[in-house]
Design a protein around this ligand. Structure first.
Ligand SMILES: NC(=O)c1ccc[n+]([C@@H]2O[C@H](COP(=O)([O-])OP(=O)(O)OC[C@H]3O[C@@H](n4cnc5c(N)ncnc54)[C@H](O)[C@@H]3O)[C@@H](O)[C@H]2O)c1
Length: 254
């Protein structure tokens, strides 16, 4: 019970990695607010563990995030943990990406991290809490046809370090996780956008030293570590949870 009675807000908790974080945090004793733009997804997550409350939020909308922060503090008290996980991915070349797609991707993936951090920091300073941001190996290794997504994930690395530096003296730690391919929504959508989704999935597994894509709970357990006092001297870091991405043998190699 490494998170016993800790109040944890997890964005994008209605599916995939965010859902797995909600479940793992609840198992560790946290009181979880599963926040997602997809209220049905958040509701389904709430049925997967004790003490998970579903809430609808659009992390790209300042008013929506402000309402979430007010709701949480009035119902549960100051937040101990914020997991900024919500994101979208546009799998297109730069030329094909519309201005609206570019703007929305930035607003959700980077703007959402900014807005949630801004609105929850006053509470996190009171609790001397922890922020866990979800970046990606795409912050370091870019892949075809997702330039905007890679740019947002690289931005999260710098933002994480900046928040860690600005608020370390307040007792707030801020770290990020860089997953490789994980068997969850964004990777699935990427596979489906490729000409041959099965081949894309197989090739993705082959890019990892472990020869497979990861499972959402394998990322969630890293999030538990970064959110708990087990990582009390870790801040501003990028924890890579990628099965050895980039060092794997090509499919069919030996
Ligand atoms: N799946 C992967 O292979 C992979 C790899 C590296 C990093 N990541 C990162 O992990 C995180 C989760 O990815 P996933 O694959 O689980 O995605 P997913 O699509 O399964 O889940 C993302 C969730 O975010 C929610 N969401 C989207 N826009 C939102 C908004 N404006 N406000 C609130 N919620 C919103 C969606 O409704 C969804 O429930 C993302 O930050 C992603 O960049 C994923």
């Amino acid at each position: 019970m490494r998170l016993k009675d800790k109040i944890a807000v997890i964005t994008g908790a209605g599916a995939g990695i965010g859902r797995a974080c909600a479940v793992e945090f609840a198992k560790e004793g946290a009181i979880v607010i599963a926040a997602d733009i997809n209220s049905q997804g958040a509701f389904e997550t709430s049925k997967l563990g004790a003490g998970i409350t579903p809430v609808k939020v659009d992390v790209a909308d300042g008013a929506s995030v402000a309402m979430l922060a007010e709701f949480v503090v009035s119902k549960y008290g100051p937040v101990d943990i914020l997991v900024n996980n919500a994101a979208i991915q546009v799998s297109k070349s730069v030329e094909e990406t519309t201005d609206e797609e570019w703007a929305r991707q930035l607003a959700v993936n980077v703007g959402g991290v900014f807005l949630c951090t801004k609105h929850f920091l006053p509470q996190l300073k009171k609790t001397r809490g922890a922020i866990v941001n979800m970046s990606s190996v795409n912050a370091f290794f870019v892949e075809p046809y997702c330039a905007g997504y890679c740019a947002t994930k690289a931005a999260i690395l710098a933002f994480t370090k900046a928040v860690a530096i600005d608020h370390g003296r307040d007792g707030v730690r801020c770290n990020c996780i860089c997953p490789g391919y994980i068997d969850a929504g964004l990777a699935e959508a990427y596979f489906l956008s490729q000409p041959n989704p099965d081949a894309a999935r197989q090739a993705a597994g082959g890019l990892h030293a472990l020869g497979r894509v990861g499972r959402p709970e394998e990322v969630a357990r890293a999030a538990v570590f970064l959110a708990s006092s087990d990582s009390s001297f870790t801040t501003g870091s990028a924890m890579v949870v990628d099965g050895g991405f980039g060092s794997g043998l090509p499919v069919g190699g030996r």
